[in-house]
Design a binder for this molecule. Sequence first.
Ligand code: FAD
Length: 392
Amino acid sequence: MSEAKKNIYPGALDESEGLILESIDRFLERDVKPHVHALEKDDIYPIEMVEKMKELGLFGAIIAPEYGGLGLSARTYSRIVERISRVWMSLTGIFNSHLIMCAAVQRFGTEQQKSKFLPKFAAGEVRGGLALTEPDCGTDLQAIRTVAKKDGDSYVINGTKTWISNGIHGSCFALLVKTDPNAQPRHRGISLFLAEKHDGFKVSRKLEKLGYKGIDSAELIFEDYRVPADRLISGTEGSGLKHALAGLELGRINVAARGVGLARAALDESIAYSQVRKTFGKPICEHQAIQIHLANMATRVEAARLLTESAAAAYDRGERCDMEAGMAKLYATEAAVSNTMDAMRVHGGYGYSKEFNLERYYRDAPLLTIGEGTNEIQRLIIARQLIERNPV
Ligand SMILES: Cc1cc2nc3c(=O)[nH]c(=O)nc-3n(C[C@H](O)[C@H](O)[C@H](O)COP(=O)(O)OP(=O)(O)OC[C@H]3O[C@@H](n4cnc5c(N)ncnc54)[C@H](O)[C@@H]3O)c2cc1C
């Protein structure tokens, strides 16, 4: 019986969700599992998998059906992300940062922007991501230095963005800039543009990483890059930070789901390995020291999954859920870090081997504590919301 039919989740699956998850499982079994090791080892972009992901509709997962997307709920979307992350987390980055860009257009774009871009985004014909971070700032986005100057009916943009996922293989990015570098408060001078690659938009270099291989991370340089004024998301200056951060709520739920996936992959491999590896005449799963690791890992997976489901449900109800998404992101990603380390202990020397998946999970997990707002920042968001929601 497939995982989708087994229904491992507390919330009932409706029929269409079950079918989608089954097709994801088939894709993972047939098209991903046999190839991950080779592509990851040589840090190769998975072109053929991207083609399959287009067919599955993943690039339009949360885009409304009227624009050609699947219109999935955050809950279904996060279940897809969890499943894929159990096999190869990098694949989720290829469509997730793209979908955050799509969410900004869908939520705040003008009618013209929606009808022009969303169908191409949904088909995966035009793919990209979010270009916020700069060499001097990631957390403090109000300190960005990329500037857009109005010039007739276009803007001229200069600046550098770094760590941009899909920077090489993508062709369109939600680009955060200052339209008024002197504005106070600073966020009033920040705007978000849809920036397509053409003259003045250069990929200066591919960035090498500890893990998260396969997906490209790049530095982008904008030199007198001219963009038509109608690419300013929402059509008005000064709301860019709000538009970019609104997408991050879903982004954080997605990162939490990646954490659940990795934490669970580490657990699953440990449960299996501990039953076949023997020491002192019995399988290591019969030693209490190993049982304690397994129990801790399984409990973290369950807690992480429930927090992620709960944040996704709040998002789907249209509620403010920055605290819920923050808790899910914080807990699930720390669970991924802890579980991959514990799984390495369970595997002994083999955990350190390039021939096992575990060392990949171990290299991928720390990224989750950094992306979509570091875990330090999640704690600040949670604490601020606790105070705001509980005034005395
Ligand atoms: C593989 C990868 C992919 C990425 N993809 C993208 C992408 O597609 N698009 C994009 O725009 N960016 C992307 N990023 C960048 C990522 O979002 C940033 O690295 C992240 O936001 C942190 O910013 P920073 O690295 O500048 O760290 P800094 O902001 O310099 O933070 C350094 C440390 O200080 C802490 N800190 C900072 N401010 C505070 C505070 N007020 N209180 C307490 N602690 C604080 C942080 O938590 C962190 O521990 C990616 C990064 C990586 C590694």
